[in-house]
Design a protein around this ligand. Structure first.
Ligand code: HEM
Length: 338
């Protein structure tokens, strides 16, 4: 494995999990941050938060039922955004982090978490696991401005599914009509998303993803989303500041990608983790465990040799993820097929 290349990551692993910069997450706690990277992130993010706060509407109690025509137009606008900004990965991550707070053991909406647009509120954006996602929200706000009849919850999931498809991935069988939470006190508490370097990665993944109602197959398939994007030390604490694959972008340069073509959705994530031939590529402990745990390995091996199988399972798991915890209006949801 590229342990040497990831020496800095592994070092971080002992002191920084996915949730590790928690002490630095709140702007009010800036003084407690020890590294320059943390401070830089916080400054950049604070500026973004101020920009968003000055617009007012993100914190406002907006709850709108989505309209099919507006959803279609918003999808076109998102495609333009993707072409211009190469922001596929961060939009996928935004959708995942809004939905991935779901707890199937909690009955009521919105307490159970999930795809309800709560990630637009500062309090949740400032959760350590969400470091950097304010940039994704900033990209989507002009689209939200244009389409008042598209809920935030739908917009986040529409952006994520569109990004997967535009990156060459499978068509995701999506439905829309998610109702938004209306106030920050409806956000989930911090700590529901997975850590990248827990003591027992396989057990941790099962704890977190079983809580959302996923199976081992779905955990492995969803992890394949890391075929897109990069980790940045100044956000999550993981990855290198840059590699030969990221130093020139596209999009904002830097970070460490899991794959060479990190804007292309294919099965190279599984091939690369299996082979570990390239020190420039990232392997998180939670990625590595997909080939170490005997049951995860069955699916990881399959996806490494069969992209069609990966695409099929990914599309189903992604659609399921996008619906977690959501309240639909109408209850059956809205499909956008022509
Ligand atoms: C299995 C547990 C998971 C862990 C521990 C994990 C952890 C991470 C970490 C540490 C980063 C780097 C963030 C940064 O530094 O900016 C990241 C990025 C990313 N994650 Fe995950 N993740 C997991 C699952 C998922 C899932 C299920 C999806 C989507 C379905 C996903 C999509 C992404 C994407 C697309 C990026 C790249 C973001 C970018 O380039 O801006 N991850 N993840």
């Amino acid at each position: 494995m590229n342990r040497k290349a990831n020496a800095s990551s592994w070092k971080f692993a002992s002191i920084k999990s996915y949730r590790a910069p928690a002490a630095c997450a709140a702007v009010a706690e800036q003084a407690s941050c020890s590294s320059l990277a943390d401070l830089t992130t916080i400054r950049a993010s604070s500026t973004a938060w101020s920009l968003i706060a000055s617009r007012g509407e993100v914190s406002a109690a907006v709850s709108s039922v989505s309209d099919p025509a507006q959803l279609r137009s918003a999808s076109d606008d998102i495609k333009e955004l993707l072409q211009k900004n190469h922001c596929h990965p961060i939009l996928v991550r935004l959708g995942w982090h809004d939905a991935g707070t779901y707890d199937k053991n909690i009955e009521g909406w919105p307490k159970r978490g999930g795809a309800n647009g709560s990630l637009r509120f500062d309090i949740e954006l400032k959760h350590a696991a969400n470091a950097g996602l304010v940039n994704a929200l900033k990209l989507l706000l002009p689209v939200k401005d244009k389409y008042s009849r598209v809920s935030y919850a739908d917009l986040f999931q529409l952006a994520s599914a569109t990004a997967i498809e535009e990156a060459g991935g499978p068509r995701i069988p999506m439905k829309y009509g998610r109702v938004d939470v209306s106030a920050p006190d409806q956000c989930p508490e911090e700590g529901r998303l997975p850590a990248a370097g827990p003591p027992s990665p396989a057990g941790h993944l099962r704890d977190v993803f079983y809580r959302m109602g996923f199976t081992d197959k779905e955990i492995v398939a969803l992890s394949g989303a890391h075929t897109l994007g990069r980790a940045r030390p100044d956000r999550s604490g993981w990855g290198k500041p840059e590699t030969k694959y990221t130093k020139d972008g596209p999009g904002s340069p830097g970070g460490q990608s899991w794959t060479v073509q990190w804007l292309k959705f294919d099965n190279s994530y599984f091939k690369d983790i299996k082979e570990r031939l390239d020190d420039n590529l990232l392997v998180l402990p939670t990625d590595a465990t997909l080939f170490e745990d005997p049951h995860f390995k069955i699916f990881a091996e399959k996806y490494a040799r069969d992209q069609g199988a990966f695409f099929k399972d990914y599309a189903e798991a992604h659609a399921k993820l996008s619906n977690l915890g959501a309240k639909f209006d109408p209850p059956e949801g809205i499909t956008l097929e022509a």
